[in-house]
Design a protein. Structure first.
Length: 524
């Protein structure tokens, strides 16, 4: 400890403090001034006090430069010693001792490496004050406990996954004659295999360790099970009894699973998911490695080949679309089926036959019927034709010119005829024959929808010598151009001139506004 006594005359602007002199923020005087400076936050003082500040303070003290040099030297030596005691807050630092902040808890974030947040592009690691952690990977030598596990990608499946009883072979005993003893791994303390005698086993092995990445499938029949020792004895199926035509012996670390059972019907079904085949399959009645179409209980995804090859009595295949998934199942029990159009991807309605059209009834077009809950389009029958509703809850009746309905079944012909009663005996001395045009479309009378100007009258006659009377017929047509939908034939229309023609026809041709035409003919 260096004690320094400085006697200094008070200058203008200086203030006496405890027997010393205060100039700015520097206090010098008395025997305790040096000790007071040492007892201050020496690390912080050392950071703030640079060479120029000390030099300026020393100049203000007459004859005190040597003393300040001594103090600065002591502080420099003390600062070097403090590096072994305190951590720096302005530079990177390290310590071999446990770092605690705020007691035993680290407040704020603890970063590791060059931390950048992000599930895909993040780097480094961080644990924040709430205990949330983000880092690259975790390895546990015993167990991991969690209330919820949320994963972005659980696994990438190669080959097939079978959902039945499964085990892993630990070691293999070659008993001979294609028979093997399999010691199975215990999955946990107290674990015993669930595989039963008579089971058909499907086993998978791979050559990943050899770098080829090839998977092989092997097939075995369980001869006996020693549950207490987690041990089973199996026989290999012949190559000809396996789907690939080649079988392989069991080996250590091979995964085995029940494929079916030779006799127990309760153990003859399983589910498997195949990334190679692109389908989820429920197998039933499996008694051997090779399965047939009778073993497919249901399929979701790519259909098996036997389904694709199904044809009708005329040899036509199913109208399957390449590249989309299908469901194959012998039976379906469901409350609702939602269909979508394969081109527009819009929902397809159920077409419901509502019977005869009733004025005031409720008819739907691609809407849900609140009484039945069915998403439907209504079909009705009207004048012997079937009509489909094109406007939801329409209140109008079906007709050829009503866009609320579309005729989908029935008589599509537009016809014209003369009203009944025109077929009568002609009295040459008193001819009076009314001709009234009647037109029908979709079995409905549409005469009122035809304008008078849309009806053309013509006549065709042949005299007694068999000659056509074209000039007279054309003149008659001009004179009756605006007759409309009705005319009355008289003697002038017959144009006998004292004789009876061999034949004469009167025709009315009606044109509907959609372009359809029909002709009615009266002939004598």
């Amino acid at each position: 400890m260096i004690e320094v006594d400085i006697i200094k005359r008070k200058r203008s602007g200086d203030t006496a403090v405890n027997g010393g002199v205060q100039n700015g923020t520097t206090v010098v005087g008395g025997n305790g001034e040096a000790q007071h400076a040492i007892n201050a936050d020496e690390a912080a003082h050392a950071q703030r006090a640079d060479e120029s500040a000390h030099a300026s303070s020393a100049k203000e003290l007459d004859g005190g430069s040597s003393v300040w040099n001594t103090i600065r030297a002591w502080i420099a030596n003390a600062n070097e010693s403090l590096k072994d005691v305190f951590l720096r807050k302005d530079k990177d630092d390290e310590t071999a001792y446990t770092l605690t902040m705020g007691g035993s808890k680290v407040k704020g974030n603890a970063d590791f490496g060059d931390f950048t947040q992000g599930i895909l592009t993040g780097t480094g690691g961080r644990v924040d004050s709430k205990g949330n952690a983000e880092f690259e990977s975790i390895r546990s030598r015993s167990s991991i406990e969690a209330l919820e596990l949320i994963v972005n990608r659980l696994a990438a499946l190669e080959g097939d996954q079978v959902f039945t009883e499964t085990d892993t072979i630990d070691t293999v005993d070659n008993i001979g004659d294609g028979t093997y003893g399999l010691h199975l791994k215990r999955k946990w303390d107290g674990y015993f295999t669930a595989i039963k005698e008579g089971s058909v086993l499907r086993a998978i092995m791979n050559t990943l360790a050899k770098g080829s990445g090839t998977y092989y499938t092997a097939w075995f029949r369980v001869n006996s099970v020693n549950t207490a020792n987690n041990y089973i004895e199996v026989s290999m199926y012949a190559d000809s009894d396996t789907p690939a035509g080649k079988n392989y012996p069991p080996c250590s670390l091979m995964k085995i699973s029940r494929w079916g059972h030779q006799t127990d019907t309760a153990l003859q079904s399983c589910f498997y998911l195949s990334s190679n085949e692109g389908r989820i399959v429920h197998l039933v009645n499996v008694t051997k490695p090779i399965i047939g179409k009778e073993n497919y209980g249901s399929v979701i995804g790519t259909l098996p080949e036997f389904v694709k090859s199904i044809t009708d009595e005329n040899g036509n295949p199913l109208p399957l679309i390449d590249g989309i998934d299908y469901l194959y199942a012998p039976g379906i029990v469901t409350r609702d089926i939602i269909r979508i159009n394969k081109w527009t991807m819009k929902r397809e309605p159920n077409y419901v036959d509502e019977g005869q059209f009733v004025q005031g009834g409720k008819y739907y077009c691609e809407a849900t019927n609140p009484d039945t809950g069915v998403y439907e389009t209504s079909d009705v029958w009207y004048y012997g034709c079937k009509w489909r509703c094109c406007k939801n809850l329409t209140t109008t009746a079906p007709a050829w010119n009503n866009t609320d309905w579309a005729m989908i079944e029935g008589n599509p012909n537009f016809t014209a005829e003369f009203e009944e009663g025109t077929d009568q005996v002609v009295d040459p001395e008193n001819i009076n024959i009314p001709l009234h045009l009647v037109c029908t479309l979709y079995n409905q009378d549409v005469t009122k929808d035809i304008k008078d100007t849309d009806v053309a009258w013509t006549r065709y006659s042949v005299d007694a010598d068999g000659n056509e009377r074209a000039a007279s017929d054309n003149l008659w047509a001009v004179n009756h151009a605006n007759s409309g939908k009705s005319i009355v034939l008289t003697e002038a229309d017959m144009d006998f001139n004292g004789y009876i023609p061999k034949s004469i026809k009167f025709m009315a041709t009606a044109t509907l506004r959609d372009g359809m035409t029909a002709t009615a003919t009266y002939e004598k």
